[in-house]
Design a protein around this ligand. Structure first.
Ligand SMILES: CC(C)(COP(=O)(O)OP(=O)(O)OC[C@H]1O[C@@H](n2cnc3c(N)ncnc32)[C@H](O)[C@@H]1OP(=O)(O)O)[C@@H](O)C(=O)NCCC(=O)NCCS
Length: 240
């Protein structure tokens, strides 16, 4: 897979690149022994706190993929990278002079890393059952109205499209769900390029956001949110 997501706002001079890689956490492209060698003592201790071996393996594969892909971006070895974390836990690279920003997401057996020069967030979710109560609580009234206006057989997939876009915005902000997800509204009329149209945050500038939906893998939904007013060129590839 190497998908470039074209749209009216895509490409050309002045565009901001957002590159996403996805990979299997159950069958990652490197042996576990190699991946473990890239992790810090703190990361290994965190991995060892998982009670279930499959969850430990997946977490190692997610963290190792993140290290390997970021190392290639900044021209360093995967085990040489160091990370800091924002107030609500958003990781960032230490000592790379803002070379790139990134965000990681994992859902079941799939990992995704998004990298850009602009602040961004990514979310992927395994598409399962539509949660009506969750939509009521977590989506704004305009988003709920848009969901309810859809034919019933489209609502399940739409719920995950909406969810991933909203979580991607919260991850780009670095707040995660400590900020109410119904404090902003995304217009999903355009399937691939949803628009942030309203936000009740201090000094919110909705024009300075780009949201892009992508298909990380069959059966999963994905979205990136990028804090830029410039057009975005999104590419999606596998870590191999
Ligand atoms: C950020 C958050 C939405 C992620 O939820 P999740 O279901 O684990 O979703 P994902 O798999 O998409 O993302 C996980 C990754 O996002 C990154 N992340 C962690 N905190 C983040 C934040 N505040 N903002 C953006 N990204 C964050 C990490 O790389 C994390 O990977 P890890 O769990 O392997 O370390 C959720 O944890 C949250 O809302 N956190 C903030 C709320 C809070 O107050 N948390 C208390 C800790 S200070």
């Amino acid at each position: 897979m190497n998908a470039s997501y074209a749209s009216g706002q895509t490409g050309g001079a002045g565009a901001v690149s957002a590159d996403v890689w996805v990979w299997s956490l159950d069958d990652p492209p490197r042996p576990e022994a190699v991946m473990l060698g890239w992790l810090s003592a703190e990361e290994i201790a965190r991995a060892d706190r998982f009670r279930f071996p499959n969850l430990r393996r997946r977490w190692i594969a997610a963290r190792a993929g993140m290290r390997s892909l970021l190392a290639a971006q900044v021209g360093a070895a995967p085990d040489a990278l160091a990370f800091g974390a924002g107030r609500k836990g958003k990781p960032f690279l230490l000592g790379q002079d803002g070379a790139c920003t990134f965000n990681l997401s994992h859902s079941e057996g799939l990992g995704a890393l998004a990298v850009s020069s602009a602040e961004l967030g990514v979310d992927i979710e395994l598409i399962s059952r539509f949660h009506e109560g969750v939509a009521r609580d977590r989506f704004s009234s305009m988003e709920n109205a848009a969901l309810e206006a859809l034919p019933e057989d489209q609502r399940n997939d739409a719920f995950y499209r909406f969810w991933t876009a909203k979580e991607a915005v919260l991850k780009a902000l670095g707040t995660g769900f400590s900020l109410a997800s119904n404090s902003f509204t995304i217009d999903f009329a355009d399937r691939e390029t949803p628009q942030l149209v309203e936000a009740r945050w201090p000094e919110a500038d909705t024009a300075a956001w780009q949201v892009r939906a992508f298909d990380p893998h069959p059966g999963f939904a994905g979205a990136v949110a990028i804090r830029t007013a410039r057009p975005v060129r999104l590419s999606v590839d596998y870590w191999a």
